[in-house]
Every structure is written in C-alpha cells, then in structure tokens.
Ligand binder design. Sequence first.
Ligand SMILES: Cc1ncc(COP(=O)(O)O)c(C=O)c1O
Length: 377
Amino acid sequence: MSTPLPFIDLKAQYARLKPSIDVRLRRVLEHGQYVLGPEVAELETALAGFCGARHCVTVASGTEALRLPLMADGVGPGDAVFLPAFTFPATAEVVVSLGASPVFVDVDEATFNLDTESLAKAIRETRRAGTLRPRAIMPVDLFGLPADYPAIDTLARQEGLVVLADAAQSFGARLGNRAVGTLAAATATSFFPAKPLGAYGEGGAIFVDDDERAKVLKSIRAHGAGDDRYEIVRLGTNARLDTLQAAVLLAKLEVFADELTARERWAKAFDARLSGKVKVPPRRSDASSAWAQYCVRVPGRDRVRESLAGQGIPTAIYYPKPLHFQPAFERFGSGPGSLPVSERLCEEILALPMHPYLDEATVARITTALLAAVAAV
Ligand SMILES: Cc1ncc(COP(=O)(O)O)c(C=O)c1O
C-alpha cells in the first residue's frame, strides 16, 4: 500500500509554526496565569478584529459557545429552537440540555444548510400546535459554507425570533461583504483541533455586537459572577478557554488568512478533477467557504470508502445519521421520511482529506482513487 495520508495534516502546520507556537507557550509557562491570562484577552481582541465583530468571548469549547447564548437569552422549558437535522449533535444537545425542544428542519440540497421554506413551515406548524413557544433559530454553516442569513433574518424578524449561528465550521468564511461572526445576534465557533482554526485541545468563541450580551456571556462563563467575583448574579458555569489554548490560537491566527486561501485553492483543484463525474460540494456565488470539510456525494458510499481506505486514503462520514434518527433526539422528530434531504445526504456524503498543506500530487492521488472506486461500485 502507498504511504497512508493524514486526513488533516496538523504536523505540517506545526512544522511551519513551531517557532511562534513554542515561544508563545513558553511565555505562558513563565507567567503562570493559566486561566484568563493575558493571551485570552489578546486573542479576543484579535478574533473580533479578524471578523469585524464588536465583541469576542472565548469559551471552553464550541459546544459551550452554542450553549451560553441560549442561557443568556433565558431559553428553557417550553421553548422551541429551530435547527437543521443534518448537523453535528452538539447543535441539538445544548438545546435539550437547557430543557428546551429542538425542532428539526430539513436542509437545502443546493447548500446543505437550513432550507428557509422548511423553516417557515416548521415555525408555522409549531405555532399551530400551540405546545411550544418559538424562541430561536440556530442555522449551521455546514462544512464551512455560510447559511442563508438574509432570508433567515427576514423570517426571524417577522416571527420575533433570535438567530444564534452555529459557525463551528465556518469561522473565516464570508457572505457578501460580511464575515462570519457578524451575521447573527450571536455566533458560535469551535477551535476543536480539526477545525479550520484549531487549538491543541478544546476551545470555542462567541461573537456578538451587543455590549450587554457580551457582558452577560462573560459572566456566565465564570459561574455567573457580577462585577465582584464572588457576587453570583445569575446561573453560570465554568466555560473559560485555557490560556495555553489562546497562545496556540494566537500563533495560528498569524497564518489563518493564508491557510484559508490554500483551502480554497485545494477545493478548486478537487472541483476541477471531479466536477461532472461525482457531485462536488455546494458553493454560493455570494459567499466564500472556510472549507472545514470537502464533501462529495457518491452512490455506494460505504464501498467507495473501503476501497479508498485500502489505498491509504482516509475519509470521514459527516454525518451517518440525521439528528431525528439519533436515539437521544428521535422523540423530537417525526421519524423516517419526514426530512428527506437530510436523510438522503447521510447515505451519500463522504468527506475527503482537506487541509491547507495538500499538494497537486496528493489531490491527484485522492481523486484518481475516488473516481476508480466510484466506477467500480
Ligand atoms: C456544527 C458543529 N456544531 C458544534 C460543534 C461543537 O464544537 P466542539 O467540538 O468544539 O464542542 C461542532 C464540532 O465538531 C460542529 O461541527
């Protein structure tokens, strides 16, 4: 078998950034402020500046970045939160963890993101049923491509709902002339190591423009403290980002724009070799993607995957089941056939290796093997 490929090449990235990462980590070890050290505030200023949001509040994970804005808005029992069924479980999990109910919505086949017609229908039906109070919409920017925020915003305004974006996969992307981080009342992103901007452990951030919302989020991430650390003014939690992770992220942010350009370059190279032969990932003419994943749709997906694995080419399935099929969430859904696009995508989707440190020969190796495997099934 030829040399196995990495799915994401974090070693190549470390080789590039070693001097900067090592210096920054050593500085933290020397000053010893491991929680809310100076690198955390420095990172928050840098990230807010990067996307143009007024505030960035870093947190312990992308999941906490999703949960805290819901807590800040008092979302809880009796509330309905509308979100796509084709997403990572955390999007629904945070809603359920607060006693609220996720309402699963289908995605648009052309973007893999929230389908606004299905969304409008779900809101209408929820109001008609009368048991839940519609409160929030959580669009997900799947695989790095921003959701249709202008259409979602219009609907949210008509319905009096708040939009909390799950941008775990899309920090660095843009829609029109606005960057992810500025497209919703609150935007959550993740710094899980495999994300486009990844830490060396868990991490996340919330972007908001509203001063009061930022203050409340900072309070919730530190046990609900007010101006006095031991005056607990609201229910909070411990959701702070480690200073060491902030140091790593500051080093990675130096090359992040360049890495986004490289991801776009490799996505184009994949497209050029695959378009017209297999279904390539969606794009929007008015948006750029952060290319967290490059996902094709192929018939006989599992056999294709096995064939690639046999040639040292790792792939991944995001996601094998829509959320309304997951045992933990099925009671919130309407069963098989209710969200057909999400259900179909789960059967066909296949993520290829995607990271900034690919090269033409590797792209050729992956695409040649993929096309041969597809022809053989
Ligand atoms: C769409 C989506 N939402 C939420 C999360 C949760 O982020 P984290 O793993 O940092 O908690 C992820 C991470 O995989 C994700 O892909």
